[in-house]
Design a protein around this ligand. Structure first.
Ligand code: LIP
Length: 249
């Protein structure tokens, strides 16, 4: 029987192929929201991943951006974002990914993030190294904020945007550069491999960040999470290379 990591990698790659095939073509939109877009392809991609996971682990639970599946009483829970960066995908911006994590109880056991545009696959299992395309990766060692690139996520509601802009202003004045790239999972994968030095977002969903958390921690970075102060049910995340202090005092 395939290991959970092998199933996650295989499902992410298969989902990536589906996204590549549909990228740039006509897309069925399920909802246009003020600061978000929901695609039918989000649903189809999560269905594909769900089928592969439950075929291997029929008694596990699925928690995804597009809904629940499987046995919700199971202590084993797969946390899936089928397209992280959906708005980028819809507009033809090749910066999006599939994010799959598996947790047992509250402990994340593995994470896989796949960027089908660049064919880059990040993976980590608890207690092991973080890998990018099979090679060990490490977070950067920049310790001065003025030397760092900080990615800031501005989420989907007026409240989270109005609370995020002052944070963006503050980091823009203190860091070398800030970036807003629209995919929390890729931001975290980039922190894990040293392309970014930190990622902050005040209101994001568990499925956006679960796989990225174990990648960052396995790569020597630091990951903090707390309930969002701006959006009930969402979380606020600060992820760094483990060296830089993001305090704005
Ligand atoms: C996105 C996150 C991003 C956040 C966006 C959106 P989605 O996830 O990755 O960090 O700022 O509002 O939530 O919706 O593209 O899967």
């Amino acid at each position: 029987m395939s290991s959970p990591l092998d199933v996650a990698i295989s499902a992410a790659r298969e989902a990536g192929q589906l996204l590549r095939e549909n990228f740039g073509g006509p897309l069925d939109v399920n909802a246009f929201e003020a600061h978000d877009i929901k695609l039918d392809l989000d649903v189809k991609t999560q269905e594909l991943i769900t089928q592969r996971v439950l075929a291997a682990f029929p008694d596990h639970a699925i928690l995804g951006e597009e809904g629940l599946a499987g046995n919700q009483d199971s202590p084993w829970q797969w946390i899936i974002d089928p397209i992280d960066g959906t708005v980028n995908y819809f507009y033809g911006l090749p910066h999006f990914c599939i994010s799959i994590a598996l947790r047992h109880g509250e402990q994340i056991e593995l994470g896989v993030i796949y960027d089908p545009s660049r064919d880059e696959l990040w993976q980590a299992e608890r207690g092991g190294p973080a890998l990018l395309n099979g090679k060990v990766i490490h977070a950067s060692d920049r310790a001065k904020l003025s030397d760092c690139i900080v990615s800031v996520g501005l989420s989907k509601s007026p409240e989270t945007i109005s609370s995020g802009v002052p944070m963006l202003m503050a980091y823009s004045q203190r860091a070398r550069k800030c970036r807003l790239m629209g995919s929390a999972a890729l931001d975290l994968a980039y922190v894990a491999c040293g392309r970014l030095d930190a990622y902050v977002e005040q209101s994001v969903s568990l499925w956006d960040v679960a796989a990225g958390q174990i990648l960052v921690e396995s790569a020597g970075g630091h990951y903090e999470v707390k309930p969002s102060a701006t959006k009930p049910g969402k979380i606020a995340v600060i992820a760094t290379n483990g060296k830089v202090n993001l305090s704005l005092e």
